[in-house]
Design a protein around this ligand. Structure first.
Ligand SMILES: Cc1cc2nc3c(=O)[nH]c(=O)nc-3n(C[C@H](O)[C@H](O)[C@H](O)COP(=O)(O)OP(=O)(O)OC[C@H]3O[C@@H](n4cnc5c(N)ncnc54)[C@H](O)[C@@H]3O)c2cc1C
Length: 389
């Protein structure tokens, strides 16, 4: 029989994170959004709470929790502020994870401690100006010159890459050709401040205003040969694994956002009076609430299931795409309907609903667009059928 309950530990930690988000993030969320302010102190505080190293083994300095606990924590931050949630997600799932999974002891010792404590941040540079979906067509190159890699190229839309506490970015770069003539792609760590590593000005974005996003340029940028992360030529494969986990995490952002809409809308539908009665007394409004509640629950179940499969060590690639696709689209729909339920107040920044609406869209784009998720799910279905499973 499936067990749909969280463990007492998961419940309790989720409550701790909820209280933290309500006390520390909610009072500042609107102002940070309006000023596009990246709050280093909140990153440090999330570190104090153990969030930055949560799902990593204790042997490397992590919190040793299961993945589901991390997902529950992300959902709680996402319920209050998407910018802080993506900052956390990118720091853990994209920034630190490659070092935990493929770093040598020396690399982990050199870079991990301040990342897992929340004093510093790492970024993940896969997307390039010429393409994100077709991530295997990387153009950035890294050429070996003696004891160094010489990197040339550029990356686009890289989260956490230009803050005052950014320590490094791990990039994909072409390091040669494989025997079939295809691109050999490797992962290389580029510390912030390395000469030739230029952080471009922050993007002006539709949403996620308090999250840090930059293009990056590398011009004859030299890093030590020892900054190669994992085996030479395994970089693309490694980053795909990172994206599978990241998709479950982005799905948690969608769950948190849809839940936030539901919370706001149920309260507003009871208190806003039109034609002499609460607007929630109209079926046209109440049906929106019911549909939103169904979507929140379905998104949460898909997300938790993907995390559960990952915790059991079972294949979770398709489950991650299913969860990410459903939750991100559910969040976009929920924010659109929430704005409608709030009427004019949903369009102005006096309520959080307009911020939710602006923050939602990118969930259908980052870490694989909805189209890419559909391609991956359909490809897996067809492969399974062809194998007669
Ligand atoms: C705020 C923000 C933060 C980000 N953070 C990071 C980060 O930290 N690290 C990182 O590496 N990247 C990051 N990204 C990049 C993100 O992952 C890419 O934007 C995304 O993968 C899409 O790539 P693209 O923008 O190049 O779109 P394209 O790949 O050019 O796609 C354009 C459109 O064409 C569609 N399309 C493309 N190919 C197909 C196909 N075969 N079939 C059907 N439709 C197709 C896409 O679905 C999309 O709708 C971030 C993006 C944003 C906006």
């Amino acid at each position: 029989m499936p067990d749909f309950d969280l463990t007492p530990e998961q419940e309790a930690f989720g409550k701790v994170v909820r209280d933290f988000a309500e006390a520390e993030i909610r009072p500042r969320a609107e102002a940070m959004d309006a000023a596009s302010e990246f709050p280093i102190d909140l990153v440090n505080k999330m570190g104090d709470l153990g969030l930055l190293g949560l799902p990593f083994p204790q042997e490397v300095g992590g919190g040793g929790s299961d993945y589901l606990t991390y997902i529950v924590a992300l959902e709680e931050i996402a319920r209050v502020d998407q910018s802080m949630a993506i900052t956390l997600e990118a720091a853990v799932s994209l920034g630190a994870a490659p070092l935990v999974y493929w770093g040598t002891d020396a690399q982990r010792e050199a870079w991990l401690p301040p990342l897992l404590s929340g004093e510093r941040l790492a970024a993940f540079g896969l997307t390039e100006p010429d393409g994100g979906s077709d991530a295997g067509s990387t153009r950035t190159t890294a050429v070996r010159d003696g004891d160094e890699w010489v990197i040339n190229g550029s990356k686009a839309f890289i989260t956490n890459s230009g803050t005052d506490i950014t320590q490094l970015v791990t990039i994909t770069a072409v390091t040669g050709r494989d025997p079939d003539g295809g691109l050999e792609i490797s992962n290389i760590v580029v510390p912030s401040g390395t000469p030739g590593f230029v952080v471009e000005p922050a993007y002006r974005k539709m949403g996620w205003h308090a999250s840090d996003t930059h293009g990056l340029t590398f011009v004859d940028c030299r890093v030590p040969a020892g900054n190669l992360l994992g085996e030479e030529g395994n970089g693309y494969r490694n980053f795909l694994r990172i994206l599978d986990e990241g998709r479950v995490a982005i799905s948690a952002l969608g769950v948190g956002l849809a839940q936030a809409c539901l919370d706001e809308c149920v309260a507003y539908a009871n208190e806003r009076i039109a034609f002499g009665r609460p607007i929630g007394a109209n079926q046209g409004v109440s049906f929106k609430l019911a549909d939103m509640a169904v979507a929140v629950e379905a998104a949460r179940l898909l997300t938790y299931k993907a995390a559960w499969l990952r915790d059991l060590g079972r294949p979770f690639k398709r489950a991650a795409s299913v969860a990410k696709l459903y939750s991100s689209e559910a969040a976009v729909t929920a924010t659109r309907e929430a704005t409608q339920i709030f009427g004019g107040y949903g369009f102005v920044d006096e309520t959080p609903v307009s911020r939710y609406y602006r923050d939602a869209k990118v969930l259908e784009i980052g870490e694989g667009t909805s189209e890419i998720q559909r391609i991956l799910i359909a490809r897996d279905l067809l492969k399974e059928a062809s194998l007669g499973r």
